[in-house]
Structures are given as structure tokens and as C-alpha cells.
Design a binder for this molecule. Sequence first.
Ligand code: GRG
Length: 309
Amino acid sequence: MTNKNPMKQIQPAFPEWLQGRVQHVEDVLDDLLPPADALPSRLHEAMRYAVLGGGKRVRAALVYAAGQACPVSGSVLAVQASLDRAAAAVELIHAYSLVHDDLPCMDDDTLRRGRPTTHVQFDEATAMLAGDALQPLAFDLLASMPIAPALIVQATQSLARAAGSQGMAGGQAIDLFSVGRALTRDELQTMHSMKTGAMLACSVALGGIVAGASSASRQALDAYAQAVGLAFQVVDDILDVTADSASLGKTPGKDAAENKPTYVSLLGLDGARAFAQELREDALAALAPLGEAGSRLAELADFIVLRDR
Ligand code: GRG
């Protein structure tokens, strides 16, 4: 089969599409995570607790929407199964990062996704091990995608780099070292593009890699992802001062309390809102070469900028 899009037949409105993807990736994760009764069961329970039953699943949705934005050459079923594994992989890495970020040695938080954080629900050592074990499981899922080995290598390298010292973990390190220190706008942008942007960009890139996208499509996806990744963080900073813990599902106001540099502290609330809008427009403009096929990505950019949690 050539030039077929795996999800083109179904075109529900965006809220239904997103809800369907959220439920679908939840089922995929439920299926692919080790069962809670398999030994060591306390570790598996903690892994399942950290991953399942919460989260907006923005990263998974980006994988699916980017896959949908590129014409598929090859087996549609194999691409669908691989998108599932890639979407689950980015959610596993994301869940591990949240578990470790919430530990007392980092952000020391007690509330995540409206529930006690993993180390509060279990204990610190179990939470640390759960995060440790979620990472290799993510790479295991990529390794078993039923697509060409060269694409698996590209996907693996993309995820490894996005999560590593020049991506998410490096951004977290810069964040921890910057508490109480004034950052320039460029420094703040570098920190966020590594800490949050890299995994969001990788989610978009994985959709393109799995679908076997052309280099022109990959360039368009990358430009979109850079803008959306930064917009996500600007909105996160805005919500940290405007939302309450019930809607956020985590503790708001922590950045200001810890004197952390944010887009709101740098640009003010109105300035941060205007910057988020500017990035949304950049993201939409970047999608032009993809035509109508990029419409879910456009809707996701709106969702990311207009979200209230
Ligand atoms: C521990 C290596 C390591 C990295 C941690 C991602 C991260 C780096 C820390 C999370 C802290 C944080 C609040 C970052 C700001 C942006 C962000 C990633 C928010 C959480 O992501 P959402 O809103 O969460 O997508 P849900 O729960 O919806 O999945």
C-alpha cells in the first residue's frame, strides 16, 4: 500500500479525536506495562501508578498527529502499531521525569496529576527505581516497532538525545542550578528548550520517523515542534501563577516561591501571554508545507496555548 494515511478515514472533531487518542494510549500503556502481580510487584505497582490514570497525554497526541500529517508508504497496520509504541515510549519517559522531578532531592512535591506523588504513595527508593525502570522500557518499545530497522535506529537516537544531558536531563540540571539566579531571556529559552521542548519536539519527530516522512516534511515538523515546545513552557509559567491546584493537579506558585526565573517574571503576565500567541502563530505557519494533513497538529497547537491545566 502506498501514499495512504493510517488515520485519514476517521475525522472526528478535535475534542473527540483527542479524547479517543488519550483513551487509546492509556489502553496501550496498560497493556505494555508489566502487570502489578509480576515480581517485583511493588516496583511494578509504582511504575503503573506513575504512568496510568492521569495526564493530558499531549506528547502521545503529538506522536499520532505528526504520524497523521505525513503520507505513509508501506503497511498502514505496521505504522499504526509503531505509532502506539512510540506514543507509549514518550509517555513513559515523561512519567519517569515527573516521578524524579517530584522527589525530595529535586522539587520535593507531594501532588501530581491530582494524586499523591509516587514517592509519597510508595517510598523514595521505590519511586526512584520506578523512574529508572520506566526509561529502559521506553527504549524496549521503540526497539520492537514493526518498521524498517533504519527507522528504529533514528527513533531510538531521537528519544535518547531528547531525554539525555543535552535534552531533558540537561535542562533539569540547568534549572536546578539557576534557582535564585537571574537568567537572561536567551538562557531561559535554552533551559526550557532542553528541559521541556526537547521531549515535545521528539514526540513530533517520532511521528514523522515512524510514518517514513520526507526530509521536507520532517523540516516542517521540526519548525512546528520548536514553536510548540516553547509555547507549552510559556503557558506552563502562566498557569503557575493563574491556576489553582484543583485544576492544575499539581502545586501552583512554586516557581515564584522558589524565586525561579520564568517567562512571567521576565516578561510580565501580559507579555508572556502575547509571546505564547506569537509562538502559536509561528507553529501554524510552519505547518503550511503539510497542507490539510497537518490540521490535527494545528489543533494541538491551539490546545497547548489555550489549555487551563
Ligand atoms: C528529572 C531528568 C528529570 C527531568 C525532569 C519534565 C521535567 C524534567 C520536570 C517536570 C517539571 C515541570 C513542571 C516542568 C514544566 C513543564 C512540564 C513538563 C509540565 C508537566 O507536563 P504536562 O503538563 O504533564 O504535560 P501531564 O501530567 O499532563 O502529563
